[in-house]
Design a protein around this ligand. Structure first.
Ligand SMILES: NC(=O)c1ccc[n+]([C@@H]2O[C@H](COP(=O)([O-])OP(=O)(O)OC[C@H]3O[C@@H](n4cnc5c(N)ncnc54)[C@H](OP(=O)(O)O)[C@@H]3O)[C@@H](O)[C@H]2O)c1
Length: 278
């Protein structure tokens, strides 16, 4: 039997975060949702009243994270699930971005996620239970040209969560890394870009760029099914370490893992030869 839960979710103005918020409310849960645009959830607030609390939060502001997370636990007394959903992609070749763009990508997707979790941990430990859903991506285990900074952030949160999961399992807090493939949300229009260097036109980066801008980059993920899979995952004990969502996610992560495993095995002799003798 599924019981009503309380959820804290970042980045709920659009896409996966908004659909997740709406579905949870429709299914009788309570949601503490954060947004950057004050009125983004006005319609849901009118429909769901006190079961939805909306707070302004830019996840690049660590002090604000601490205040908002603390407020959420005070307001709801107990929060069962924390969802680090807020994020975006910087879409360009590595040398095209400027320094501020790189910093903002890291501050939002990596530092923002880490600080939300760190702010919540004392409360989760005190209540003796919790579940963390960290939005990564298929791009947290595989890579596509033009997304180097985005992949940097998603691979980073995967490493953080893998470690974190071992640290907090003794406190009955589970961590699930969510790895969607491509889904039609505001993700594409929200991508940050940089002035194009035409030397990349006839390279893999140029190919991906053309596919994205021509609308031929395949996007087949079903937002509703993916969000429902995230909701269902919190009923699974122990917490699944990963949720791969979408055929592209499964296919591309599998190919990436196999190729890395094959490369590791191919240099096994070298690895073993790098030991102190005897
Ligand atoms: N769609 C995909 O294909 C896909 C695939 C794999 C993983 N993901 C991941 O899924 C998550 C949700 O993305 P989405 O597809 O739903 O895209 P989306 O519709 O663009 O939603 C992104 C959300 O993040 C918020 N956000 C961005 N920067 C923020 C900041 N500094 N502080 C607080 N909120 C911020 C946005 O708020 P504003 O409206 O204020 O900008 C928006 O609510 C992201 O972590 C993304 O990396 C998406």
């Amino acid at each position: 039997m599924i019981f009503m839960k309380t959820w804290f979710i970042t980045g709920t103005s659009s896409g996966l975060g908004r659909v997740l918020t709406e579905k949870l409310l429709e299914q009788g849960n309570r949601v503490f949702a954060t947004v950057r645009k004050a009125d983004a959830l006005k319609d849901l607030k009118e429909r769901f009243g006190n079961n939805l609390v909306v707070e302004i939060l830019d996840v690049t502001d660590t002090e604000a994270i601490r205040q908002v997370v603390s407020k959420a636990f005070t307001e709801f007394e107990r929060i069962d699930v924390i969802v680090n959903n807020a994020g975006y992609a910087l879409f360009c070749a590595a040398e095209e971005a400027n320094d501020d763009q790189i910093r903002l990508q890291i501050d939002t997707n990596i530092v923002g996620s880490i600080q939300v979790i760190r702010a919540a941990l004392p409360f989760l430990r005190a209540q003796g239970y919790g579940r963390i859903l960290q939005l990564s991506s298929a791009g947290g285990q595989t890579t596509y040209p033009n997304f180097s900074f985005y992949h940097t952030t998603k691979w980073a949160v995967e490493g953080f969560c893998e470690t974190l999961a071992q640290e907090i399992a003794p406190f009955n807090i589970g961590v699930t890394i969510v790895e969607p493939g491509a889904h039609k949300t505001s993700f594409g229009t929200a991508m940050a870009t940089a002035p194009t260097m035409h030397v990349y036109d006839q390279t893999p980066a140029g190919d991906v760029r053309r596919a994205v801008y021509n609308g031929t980059f395949p996007i087949n993920g079903d937002v509703n099914k993916t969000v429902q899979a995230m909701i269902d995952s919190v009923e699974i004990e122990p917490a699944p370490r990963r949720l791969a969502l979408g055929l592209d996610a499964y296919r591309d992560m599998r190919a990436s893992l196999i190729s890395r495993l094959e490369a590791l095995d191919a240099q096994k002799d070298l690895a073993l030869a790098s030991e102190i003798d005897n």
